[in-house]
Design a protein around this ligand. Structure first.
Ligand code: R5P
Length: 319
């Protein structure tokens, strides 16, 4: 693929604050672009800078309102393609619809595949994302997908707290791999425990048992996302019931929809550490602490532009 040495950053409206931080980290201004709405709600886009031949990175997480942000991203990609961009990378710090990655019952869509099809068809040459709910979604693409992890960013913050006698807890069986990798990275003495969770509906879950010991220990519950807050608040509750000394939540994506804020405020967690892949508008849970992924994305974008390896940033869960 031919592209010039012009590295161009184009921001959608999904998370302008993160776009600004990434631009500051790279010391490259965001392209002058109008991304607005026509009176009827349709999306109105016009890039005012010359982007011909450039290495273009479109910054747009697929966070709520996910459908608006998705279509905006598609139109930005199409706009760049038609303006003769040299290479186009869709940068999605949060990948929406990733929980619909298979047909687990009759007559349901595979929405994550539809996201992949539409991105590729609209002009994306690459995708850069972080902690996709299911890493195998990469296989839905025939273009390169670079998958970063929030783990190094969250681990830095956790290490800074000097937590004694930690035990890493996965709020469900699906999160064991992630939890094990955190436990391993924290070194000797960091054990692993698992919550036995059953999902009743999109927002309701039931927790009955814990596998592993948390009595008298400082618990760190790790997960890829908090959506309605049901899984993680129930996990915090059962850890406390089983004698945990303190409970901290460390989560990659704070979607925080529906009853999430009330659930998190009511749950017995002492600290709630999340990254800033999703913007916070309005109220936030009282104990929420944000750590930024802007330097991680800035480094990844720089390395991609310079055709350097990204594996040094991956800090994969397979460690
Ligand atoms: C589940 O597999 C995920 O890792 C999260 O635990 C889940 O999606 C969170 O959803 P909620 O906050 O609605 O329980």
């Amino acid at each position: 693929m031919r592209y010039s040495d012009k590295l161009l950053l184009i921001s959608g409206t999904a998370h302008t604050e993160l776009s600004r931080k990434i631009s500051e980290e790279l010391d490259i201004p965001l392209c002058d672009a109008h991304v607005g709405r026509f009176p009827d709600g349709e999306i109105d886009i016009k890039i005012n800078d010359d982007i011909r031949g450039g290495d273009c990175f479109v910054l747009q997480p697929l966070c709520p309102p996910v459908n608006e942000n998705w279509v905006e991203l598609l139109l930005l990609l199409d706009c760049l393609k038609r303006a003769s961009a040299g290479r186009i990378t869709a940068v999605m710090p949060y990948y929406g619809y990733a929980r619909k990655d298979r047909k687990d019952e009759g007559r349901v869509p595979i929405s994550a595949k539809v996201v992949a099809n539409t991105l590729s068809r609209s002009g994306a040459d690459r995708v850069l994302t972080l902690d996709m709910h299911a890493a195998q979604i990469q296989g839905f693409y025939d273009i390169p997908v670079d998958h970063l992890y929030a783990k190094p960013v969250l681990l830095d913050a956790i290490r800074g707290l000097d937590i004694e006698d930690p035990v890493i807890v996965s709020p469900d069986v699906g999160g064991i791999k992630m939890a094990r990798s955190y436990a391993k990275a924290l070194g000797e003495g960091a054990d692993l425990a698992i919550v036995d969770k059953r999902r009743i509906s999109g927002s309701e879950i039931e927790v009955e048992h814990m596998i592993g010991e948390v009595d008298g220990r400082n618990v760190i519950i790790v997960d890829d996302m908090i959506s309605t807050g049901g899984s993680i608040s129930e996990a915090a509750r059962i850890c406390k019931e089983n004698g945990a000394k303190s409970v901290m939540l460390a989560v990659s994506h704070a979607v925080l929809c529906g009853p999430a804020i009330q659930r998190l405020d009511a749950c017995p967690a002492d600290r709630i550490l999340v990254t800033d892949t999703i913007p916070r508008h309005g109220a936030s849970p009282k104990k929420l602490e944000l750590v930024t992924v802007a330097p991680l994305f800035a480094k990844a974008i720089r390395n991609l532009h310079e055709s350097k390896s990204l594996s040094v940033l991956f800090d994969s869960l397979d460690d």
